[in-house]
Design a protein around this ligand. Structure first.
Ligand code: ARG
Ligand code: ZN
Length: 875
């Protein structure tokens, strides 16, 4: 008998597990050829057996089964049923031990899911459904068990043996082998299991928790990376301290281990007490990693650490609830990073990320709610929507209930659901209870896909000194959302007016948001002497698209004077976007392009009197990307956007050359590299100025850029110079690329940068270059970082070359999706995504993109992850 495997999986089909697993004993004998896994599961029935005894169904994929026993008695093949995805035992007692032995070949596992080898190191990745590739198990997040794991391996090649929890025993075995037994006392779902074995060195520190417990912090890397762990260790300690202060969360084991591996499908994994990381989110030295890398490491180390509470102690009941751990944990890591540096700049970057990745997802064929109702391939649910929009929902909740109630609500949530899997309702209820608010209407945010459009108009009555804002929400489906609107009003000199709602005793306290809950509503403010300029959705208080008819003068005022730094940036972006899109239209109409004085003036003001927050200035002076501009158009005009944006950039540089040079000069380094806010801000403003200056086609500037590339003591300055050289006509680019490769050939993370720079060059020969680079000896599709650095960088971050009208980019992408179909479908599915955006382009491109999707769809055996994306993309 074959049991049905229901796909798509539906939230409405959720039922609690029929059997629980109380404890797991795993023995893993690692060998170069065949690895043996024995699992002893103590299984307890979890259903009413008077109404019939249900079968025990275990998940398993790609396993070689050696034997299976029930309470020590081997089962014969007629006592269980096996198919590609399950093993079913029909008659099991109320309580029993199931013992399963399986064989694996981790060295042949290219999926990087389950147990695999990266550079010789054995490691695991189990979220979401990798554990079933190691042994048969009820592989779902609501089955939580205590694990004891014994690893045996050759001592010479695998001196380090790690698993979750605490080391219980270790010692020698015959034939040069040794063992280690680990015990994790905290019940956990199988997706949090981890095992690592290899020849690694350890970088160590200690952390004393607020209640005085000593925790060993250990980072394991290959020996040549020993000198690149300081920043990761420091970030971990800072994250632990921050979580104690901001959320009252303390670490719970005596040991916290992080292992860096080079081959990893995504960023990192929060396995209990034993995180496994993509090495790019661990390794940093001033000369190999940029400020952006340092910041990303801090953020991801924080993220995985914060999961220890929001994910591990309280996990998710089922994968539909993924955002209760991911949205919440992204929110927590955003707040952490904001506290470590400039919070306004962090907010700007997070919003830019949301708009670049989540908004398009939410507007295309892969759109889904933060809590989806069905899924086909679970790996494709690890999206910007679940993660980043999910984080925005938590942020809105905090705004709505207030910071104090939010903190009480989080305490209640962690307390109440500790040791179990939670749902979105559980999380929102805890906040509702702690604040005494009814948050029923808010739940709609979790159920509905799409970005709400908010239309705002204002009218001022000079006689009554009343100002009225009329706000209309356009949401799919009709029912209004509960939306926090943080706002302020500025007079014509840019002074903040007191915001006093008609009918209320006192003015709105600063930081308090208006709440939108109806399809259309009006807010009337009194005592407003003249027509004000509204500053709306301050701090991006809700993930919406705001429509308000700002004039250029309004935007210039907000840009210079708004008390909310985020909205100062936002006003500048609006002004730039409006200007560039107008030029796209002018170009289409065959008109000569001319830069409007308003933008020059606004940027000039920023350059000369923009204040001393350099990180902010750099953000404010940066033009919206081609992708973000394309987002604003009904049909994306790839060349028009590219040309208009380049025109604006060059024209600004010509007209503000003196100011740019002066500011660049003020931003020269004054000492050795340090990763700290003032210094990262200085470097990013310097790079921004140099970027403008490099558009001037001036050999002396190119020479200065080449000198910076060669002489910088740090990767940030060196790489920004290299990127500009490589993206500009002139021989210096070629020279610098060659020098860079020669210098860094032994550092894979740096070579990734070398590939990415070339893949994102706007120069006309880039497509040919990408084709050549695919044949480069350093290129391999088997390493996800490398595959992304060349192929995805090209497809995602180089619109004008990827979308070449001849369609070569599309063909190249599809070819690699097909290659990844057997090698690593999880990465293949991500690579197919850009093709699903075909509807946004003009007819010729649309057809070509679709043709490539159809070609992928015709592959005889398409992995579920890829099929899911392609099917949705064509639907
Ligand atoms: N939980 C991990 C993190 O966010 C990511 C796991 C991704 N898994 C996947 N199948 N895509 O830290
Ligand atoms: Zn996460």
């Amino acid at each position: 008998m074959h049991l049905p495997h229901n796909h798509p999986v539906a939230l409405s089909d959720y039922t609690p597990p029929d059997y629980r697993v109380e404890s797991v004993h795993l023995t893993v004998d690692l060998h170069d050829d065949v690895t043996l896994v024995r699992a002893d599961l103590s299984v307890v029935a979890n259903h009413d057996r008077t109404k019939g005894i249900r079968p025990l169904v275990l998940d398993g994929r790609g396993l070689v089964l050696r034997c299976i026993a029930l309470d020590g008695k081997p089962l014969t093949t007629d006592e269980y049923v096996r198919d590609d995805e399950t093993l079913t035992i029909h008659h099991v007692p109320e309580q029993c031990t199931v013992s399963v032995s399986t064989e694996l070949k981790p060295q042949e596992n290219t999926l990087l899911e389950g147990l695999y080898r990266s550079g010789g190191t054995f490691c695991t990745q189990c979220e979401a459904e990798g554990f079933r590739r190691i042994t048969y198990f009820p592989d779902r997040p609501d089955v939580l068990a205590a694990y004891t794991v014994t690893i045996t391996a050759d001592r010479a090649t695998c001196p380090v043996l790690l698993a979750n929890g605490n080391l219980a025993a270790s010692g020698d075995l015959p034939d040069g082998r040794h063992y280690a037994t680990w015990h994790d006392p905290f019940p956990k779902p199988s997706y949090l299991f981890a095992l690592v074995a290899g020849d690694l060195v350890k970088v160590e520190d200690t952390f004393v928790t607020k209640s005085g417990r000593r925790v060993a912090l250990q980072i394991y890397v290959q020996s040549h990376n020993r000198d690149k762990c300081d920043h990761a260790v420091r970030s971990l300690a800072e994250a632990m301290r921050w979580d104690e202060e901001a959320f009252g969360r303390e670490y719970d084991l005596d040991l916290y281990m992080i292992v860096a591996v080079d081959d990893f499908n995504f960023g990192a994994m929060e396995n209990k007490g034993l995180n496994v990381f993509n090495s790019r989110y661990v390794l940093a030295r001033p000369d190999t990693a940029t400020d952006a890398d340092y910041a990303a490491i801090e953020g991801v180390i924080g993220h995985e650490y914060f999961h220890n509470w929001s994910g591990n102690r309280v996990t998710c009941r089922d994968w539909f609830q993924l955002s209760v751990k991911e949205g919440l944990t992204i929110f927590r890591d955003q707040e952490f990073s904001a506290a470590m540096g400039s919070s306004a700049v962090k907010r700007i970057q997070d919003v830019r990320y949301l708009r670049t990745h989540q908004f398009p997802e939410d507007a295309g064929p892969l759109a889904h709610p933060v809590r989806p109702e069905t899924y086909d391939a679970i790996n494709n649910l690890y999206t910007a929507t679940v993660y980043n929009k999910g984080a925005e929902l938590i942020r809105m909740l905090r705004t709505l209930v207030g910071h104090d109630a939010f903190r009480r609500g989080m305490d209640l949530y962690f307390d109440r659901h500790d040791g179990t899997g939670a749902t979105v309702e559980n999380l929102v209820s805890a906040l509702a209870e702690a604040s005494g608010r009814d948050l029923t209407q808010f739940m709609r945010w979790y159920r509905e896909a799409g970005t709400p459009e908010i239309h705002v108009t204002g009218s001022h009555d000079a006689d009554t000194k009343a100002y009225t804002l009329t706000i209309r929400q356009g949401v799919a489906g009709g029912e209004p959302l509960l939306i926090p609107l943080a706002m302020g009003l500025l007079d014509r000199n840019g002074n903040e007016l007191s915001v006093h709602l008609d009918g209320e005793q006192a003015p709105l306290e600063p930081g308090r948001a208006l709440e939108l809950s109806r399809q259309e509503e009006t807010f009337c403010f009194r005592g407003i002497p003249e027509e004000p300029v509204p500053s709306l959705f301050r701090g991006f208080s809700a993930p919406v698209r705001l429509h308000y008819a700002y004039t250029e003068a309004d935007l210039a005022l907000l840009m210079g004077k708004d008390g909310d730094l985020f909205n100062r940036w936002e006003a500048g972006q609006r002004l730039m976007t409006g200007t560039i899109l107008q030029l796209v239209a002018d170009r289409r109409a065959g008109q000569e392009l001319r830069l409007p004085p308003a933008l020059v003036e606004a940027c000039g003001t920023l350059l000369t009197s923009g204040g001393n927050d350099r990180a902010f200035l750099a953000e404010a002076l940066t033009l919206p990307s081609e992708n973000l501009l394309g987002e604003q158009m009904k049909e994306i005009e790839v060349e028009g956007i590219f040309e208009a944006r380049r025109f604006v950039r060059t024209a600004l540089a010509r007209q503000l050359r003196g100011e740019l040079s002066a500011l660049w000069d003020q931003c020269r380094p004054t000492g050795p590299y340090r990763f700290e806010p003032a210094e990262t801000g200085r470097r990013s403003l310097a790079a921004c100025c140099l970027g403008y200056l490099m558009t001037l086609d001036d050999p002396s500037i190119r020479q200065a850029c080449l000198r910076q590339f060669r002489e910088a003591d740090n990767m940030t300055d060196s790489l920004s110079a290299l990127t500009l050289l490589a993206h500009t006509e002139g021989s210096e680019g070629e020279t610098a690329l060659a020098e860079f490769h020669a210098r860094w050939r032994e550092e894979p993370l740096v070579i990734d940068k070398w590939f990415a720079i070339q893949a994102t060059s706007p120069l006309p020969d880039t497509f040919a270059r990408v084709q050549r680079l695919l044949e480069h000896p350093d290129f391999t599709l088997a390493n996800p970082n490398r595959a992304r650095s060349l192929i995805l960088s090209f497809a995602v971050n180089n619109p004008v070359r990827f979308h070449d009208r001849a369609g070569g980019g599309y063909r190249l992408l599809a070819d690699h999706v097909i290659k990844l179909n057997s090698l690593n479908p999880m990465i293949g599915a991500r690579m197919a995504e850009p093709l699903t955006r075909w509807r946004r382009h003009e007819l010729n491109r649309r057809e070509r993109m679709k043709t490539e999707l159809e070609r992928i769809a015709r592959e005889p055996t398409l992995a579920r992850d890829i099929r899911d994306v392609v099917t949705k993309g064509l639907a």
